[in-house]
Design a protein around this ligand. Structure first.
Ligand SMILES: Nc1ncnc2c1ncn2[C@@H]1O[C@H](COP(=O)(O)OP(=O)(O)OP(=O)(O)O)[C@@H](O)[C@H]1O
Ligand SMILES: [Mg+2]
Length: 376
């Protein structure tokens, strides 16, 4: 498990250490730096995947700014604009966890999209996947806010879903993953819902989706003679079972949340899941269920780092702690707010009874603000 990430001169951050727990929640106003934290982790992962973190591949080690997971631009885009003499001109990312630490310092080059790493400071004698397996090992998922919209068909890539076990940064491989792995048991005990038809991935996915839309059932199948797969929905069962509907004729929220559900249910102990706004397009009760799902994922040994704008997600997490489903010290909550050109982070602590140690101004206080005005 990753325990902390330190960002130096990276986008909105001059220097910021962020504590990471089994379930880490990143909150705050728009454009306050939440996604940038996930991007820093994704940047390391994509640089590793392409061989750029590891000099053993025979080329110069560096951070690859634009590839499959994130497209960050050039050095000028990623270096914190207001860097000072104390932090120096370079960009650095440091990680602690999995029993190891590592720091990557990249030399600033304004127009480069491959930032060379300072050799003396790579500090990585070991293979990154051996040092920090949760970030660099198998099972990693990163689902961005802009997930694929409901479609009539989805890509079919054996390499993505079987060799890599990857759902795609936009969730584009989810339907094929579900088709391929549908009978594999969900291993996390906390993740298995007792009312599901079986412990298999498809049955459990249906059971979690039924928390959002009662009676929904899923079909993930190939389209004969093509390189595509399709998703189908049924509602009800027996005599009252509906026809099979295509995703474009079913509510947006169901298909939009499917990658999040599959990512959590297929997680294994030690794997890392980065989620941006899993609550998007869900009604409030469904948003609370997203928190329950992420808590169950963390309680099953995987690590979740989630950006959210939802007080229902926060309250769902607090409830799960209060109900003993996730240890209070298994959580980290960070509230990001801009201060001049940089971002500062306040980190309220969740107690075992679900209470929060502090409520900084602007931190999910809109209910009270609106109520105060209504009662005035
Ligand atoms: N090179 C840079 N130097 C300083 N600040 C930067 C730099 N690049 C981006 N930023 C700042 O980072 C912020 C964007 O952060 P990010 O995309 O992480 O926001 P967010 O909190 O995820 O927002 P949202 O809630 O809308 O998803 C913006 O405020 C932008 O001004
Ligand atoms: Mg964001």
């Amino acid at each position: 498990m990753l325990e902390s990430l330190t960002l130096t001169n990276f986008k909105a951050f001059a220097r910021q250490e962020i504590r990471l727990a089994p379930f880490t929640l990143l909150t705050g106003l728009n454009s306050s730096g939440k996604s940038s934290v996930l991007q820093a982790l994704a940047l390391l992962r994509q640089s590793y995947d392409s061989g750029d973190l590891s000099p053993a591949y025979g080329h110069e080690a560096g951070l690859l700014l634009n590839d499959e997971l994130v497209q960050l631009g050039t050095g000028q885009d990623v270096r914190h604009e207001a860097y000072d003499d104390e932090t120096g001109p370079h960009i650095a990312l440091a990680l602690r966890g999995d029993g190891g630490t590592a720091r990557w310092t990249a030399v600033y080059e304004r127009e480069a999209d491959h930032l060379k790493l300072v050799p003396a400071e790579q500090g990585i004698q070991q293979e990154p996947a051996a040092l920090l397996p949760s970030l660099f090992g198998p099972g990693f998922q990163y689902l961005k806010a802009d997930r694929v919209s409901p479609q009539v068909s989805y890509p079919r890539s054996h390499h993505a879903v079987t060799t890599r076990g990857f759902l795609g940064a936009h969730g584009e491989h989810t339907v094929n993953y579900l088709r391929t792995h549908q009978d594999e048991p969900v291993t996390g005990k906390a993740l298995r819902l007792p009312d599901a038809a079986s412990a298999g991935l498809l049955a459990q996915t249906e059971a979690w989706m039924q928390r959002l839309c009662p009676g929904v059932r899923l079909v993930a199948e190939d389209i004969h003679g093509t390189d595509a797969v399709r998703l189908g929905y049924h509602f009800g069962s027996g005599f009252s079972e509906s026809n099979q509907y295509r995703p474009t004729n079913v509510g947006f929220g169901l298909t939009y949340v499917l990658p999040v559900v599959v990512a959590c249910l297929s997680a294994r102990p030690g794997t890392l899941i980065l989620l941006e706004n899993p609550e998007a397009h869900l009604h409030p009760q469904g948003q609370t269920w997203m928190a329950y799902l992420a808590c169950a994922t963390a309680a099953s040994g995987a690590q979740v780092v989630m950006e959210t704008h939802s007080d229902h997600v926060l309250n769902g997490l607090r409830l799960q702690v209060k109900n003993g489903r996730l240890a209070a010290d298994g959580t980290a909550v960070h509230y990001f707010r801009r201060k001049g050109q940089t971002t500062e982070v306040v980190s309220p602590i969740i107690g075992p009874d679900g209470t929060l140690s502090e409520w900084p101004e602007g931190f999910f206080d809109e209910w009270e603000n609106s109520l105060d005005q209504l009662l005035d």
